[in-house]
Unconditional design. Structure first.
Length: 139
């Protein structure tokens, strides 16, 4: 099971639900955090990715939070971090070896939809596995 997360604070509901689901299904869980970089065009067809800024996410922080929950639930957990320009594409590329994708959904406003579209919708349309959507209330 692959669970993309942005920050511990924003995604506690998703993490908790994934742990519950993983326990029920006796499934291994892999939490994926993508640090979004920015593509820089350098002329003459050269492009490179600017190193993403530190977004405050710590692999150890999420492992510590998950470990507290894991004590009650016997679930194998891994955390992966990677750098990519497109978060949706990074998720789509990394979900290939998983049977289930667990994602959080936050209500967005009209400006979010006009400016960037829905990353979640793009991911759901591009993956070949089942998707479990956690409705993140209060967001």
């Amino acid at each position: 099971m692959l669970i993309p997360i942005s920050t511990l604070e924003e995604d506690k509901e998703v993490i908790d639900r994934a742990l519950e689901l993983g326990n029920r299904l006796k499934s291994n869980l892999t939490f994926l955090h993508v640090n979004k970089g920015r593509l820089i065009k350098a002329g003459a067809g050269l492009e490179f990715m600017e190193k993403p800024k530190d977004d405050g996410f710590s692999k150890e922080e999420i492992l510590n939070y998950i470990h507290e929950e894991k004590v009650r639930k016997k679930v194998h957990v891994e955390v992966e971090t990677l750098e990519h320009i497109d978060i949706g594409l990074a998720i789509s590329e990394n979900v290939l070896k998983f049977e289930l994708l667990v994602v959080g959904h936050k209500k967005s406003n009209i400006f979010d939809r006009i400016l960037g579209g829905h990353t979640l919708q793009k991911v759901i349309n591009s993956v070949n596995c089942d998707v479990y959507v956690v409705n993140q209330k209060g967001r």
